[in-house]
Write a protein that binds this ligand. Structure first.
Ligand code: PDD
Length: 289
């Protein structure tokens, strides 16, 4: 999809991206005052759509933005964008900011309309559950220096951007994060899982991490399947460093196997068998959500 003929949605209209304009007084621009979502779609099939919209509604409520749009309105926008942008493997980006005021003032203004923007971008084909062809990830780790409301999918992403950039500068794909107690939180744009002795473990949900939809679906799929034991609990970084397997999860990556952490092999330094089982189960069941 060429970027210049991308059709986007802005405040009720489908228009070419070159015609999409917002005010510099928009609080999304001035303060990062908004909520966003990214929903994957493979050949017109949306994955986890209702769960993504539910998380967005929770985020809007948490920051006091009132928007009269339900799941059917969002689905309609998504289907239009898919139709108008080639029906391939697409990420649907939804963004609601508090809107534009006449002045820059921190308090929430009373009588402004939220700005609603959505567009579609190409994403890779869903990973095939195959140990040889899957992309192998390398990551670095650092202390999580973001804010204490990471459960809100806020458009204020500078903390995440800076952590992601640390990974780029270290020549790896992602940066995994730990708190002041040396406990794993998540990665700059993904959730994190470890596997030890065939038990799949991920940090429990709290204000230190995003309640990832891929995380949520994977846990549900694994529990329903019942082959593997699953735990949501505190994970120390020493457990991460001695794990048999390490995975990243996100809507555009699904379950991504990590083979190197801070220049050292994860487990045996190759893609693990538990990843293979988990990605196979995920691929077989993701369209049920
Ligand atoms: N990132 N944690 C963070 C900080 C994230 O930004 C994301 C998603 C996730 C995974 O969430 P989900 O499984 O719902 O995609 C976890 C998106 C894709 C992004 O910012 O582009």
């Amino acid at each position: 999809m060429a970027i210049d003929n991308n059709i986007v949605f802005l405040n009720g209209q489908f228009i070419p991206i070159s015609e999409a304009k917002i005010s510099p007084m928009d609080r999304g621009f001035l303060f990062g005052d908004g909520i966003y979502e990214v929903v994957p779609s493979y050949a017109t099939r949306l994955v986890g759509f209702g769960l993504h919209i539910e998380r967005m509604q929770n985020g809007l409520k948490a920051i006091g933005i009132k928007l009269n749009m339900g799941v059917d309105d969002w689905r309609n926008i998504a289907q239009n964008l898919i139709e108008k942008n080639g029906k391939g493997n697409l990420g649907l980006y939804f963004h609601v900011s508090r809107g534009a005021d006449v002045k820059r003032f921190h308090a929430y203004p009373e009588h402004i309309q939220p700005t609603v923007f959505a567009y579609a971008f190409d994403i890779p084909a869903a990973p095939i559950a195959d140990k040889k062809s899957v992309k192998q990830y390398k990551v670095t780790s650092t202390e999580d220096l973001r804010w204490k409301r990471c459960q809100i999918k806020s458009t204020s992403l500078l903390g995440n951007v800076m952590h992601f950039q640390q990974g780029q500068e270290a020549g790896v794909h992602e940066t995994i994060l730990y708190n002041q107690r040396n406990e794993l939180t998540e990665a700059s744009a993904c959730n994190v899982f470890i596997v030890k002795n065939e038990v799949v473990i991920t940090p429990r949900l709290d204000n230190q991490l995003l309640p990832g939809i891929t995380r949520n679906m994977l846990l549900d799929i694994l529990r329903k399947d019942g082959t593997l034991q699953v735990q949501e609990r505190t994970i120390s970084m020493s457990e991460v460093r001695t794990a048999d397997e390490l995975w990243l999860t996100s809507s555009s990556k699904e379950i991504a196997p990590v083979v190197e952490l801070d220049g050292k092999h994860v487990g045996k330094g190759n893609v693990g068998n538990i990843w293979l089982l988990a990605q196979s189960l995920y691929a077989a069941n993701k369209h049920h959500y």
